[in-house]
Design a protein around this ligand. Structure first.
Ligand SMILES: [Zn+2]
Length: 322
């Protein structure tokens, strides 16, 4: 059972919004590379969702993308599986090509299109996450006597070819392909004899994990990486991507492809939320949607049914997710 479901993390949506709203530049190119890297990682995690969903519902409590704080820094776990007998940390990799994992040198080499690339040994990473989680649990969930915490690396893509070298201590047992995930999880469960924690404790640990999750967010405007004036303002045409569409007779018309889209401003306001935060005034909206009239700006904001503070002339609205 998923207690934290698989959703696109907000920082990935933010990278995408920056790319949509910046003109071509080295900065946009860098942000696009970041977006692609994180999106590929997320797609790998998403591929495991149906496999995890097929585990017995009541026994396996599943958390996707947990980002916990250990007092010094944050650590992020792709999937955490909590049962009454053990906890399993999954580090998911979505790397295409032919891979060689060397357990002695602790490097992962990828060969793709005649290009060789080196990555860190993912088992080192998953081992570190396991230790960080154990410390976190000791601090936040009290003493969990004898609760085993296991970590495995899962290669999500079925088209990845992987070979192991120098696995002298059976380190390769910790690295699996996605097709082996269910079998491996059940095998770990069957190796362990009895439950270590009660149903009440399971609930309490679950609650702490959810409470301890701090989603990663980007604020490239506040940290000075992106300047507000550089952002492309206006409503994007959903048919041809042209910006800005023109507000005409309670509709949006594209000057480029001539098509209309009455709800096209929804996406623009979602971009505003991702880039500038949820707070928006009528003036901010007028400027971002490139409107001529303040009353249209007010009308469009109100159609989103947002919460607000302030009186009629000085109102701040709070945009929410779609
Ligand atoms: Zn168009």
């Amino acid at each position: 059972m998923f207690l934290k479901t698989v959703e696109v993390p907000v920082y990935i949506e933010q990278y995408q919004a920056y790319v949509r709203r910046l003109p071509p530049s080295q900065l946009r190119h860098n942000l696009e590379s970041q977006f692609k890297k994180y999106w590929t990682g997320f797609r790998g995690e998403q591929m495991l969702e149906p496999l995890l969903a097929s585990l017995p519902d009541k026994e396996y409590l599943i958390f996707h993308d947990l980002r916990l704080f250990n007092g010094v820094h944050y650590f992020q776990i792709d999937y955490l599986i909590l049962t009454a007998k053990f906890i399993l940390v999954l580090e998911v990799k979505n790397i295409a090509g032919t891979l060689t994992l060397d357990f002695l040198a602790h490097i992962l080499t990828r060969l793709l299109n005649n290009k060789r690339e080196i990555f860190q040994d993912p088992t080192v990473q998953s081992e570190m996450l396991k230790k960080q989680l154990q410390d976190w649990l000791a601090e936040h969930c009290g003493y969990l006597p004898g609760m085993p915490v296991e970590d495995i690396v899962v290669f999500a893509s079925p088209s990845t070819f992987i070979r192991f070298i120098n696995a002298i201590n059976h380190e390769d047992q910790k690295v699996i392909r996605s097709s082996q995930l269910k079998k491996k999880t059940i095998a770990i469960n069957n190796q362990l004899n009895s439950r270590v924690i009660s149903s009440k404790m399971l609930k309490s640990v679950s609650k702490e994990l959810i409470k301890g999750h701090h989603p990663k967010t980007l604020d490239l405007i506040r940290d000075g990486t992106v300047s507000c004036v550089d952002l492309i303002k206006g409503v994007r045409c959903p048919h041809c991507d042209y910006i800005p569409m023109i507000r005409l007779h309670r509709n949006w018309k594209c000057p480029s492809c001539r098509q209309t889209a009455p709800k096209a401003y929804f996406q623009a306001l979602q971009d505003y939320r991702l880039l500038m935060g949820p707070k928006i005034t009528t003036q901010d909206c007028k400027q971002f949607l490139q409107l001529e009239s303040t009353s249209t700006s007010k009308y469009l904001l109100q159609t989103m049914h947002p919460n607000y503070t302030g009186n009629t002339s000085n109102r701040t609205y709070y945009l929410t997710e779609k």
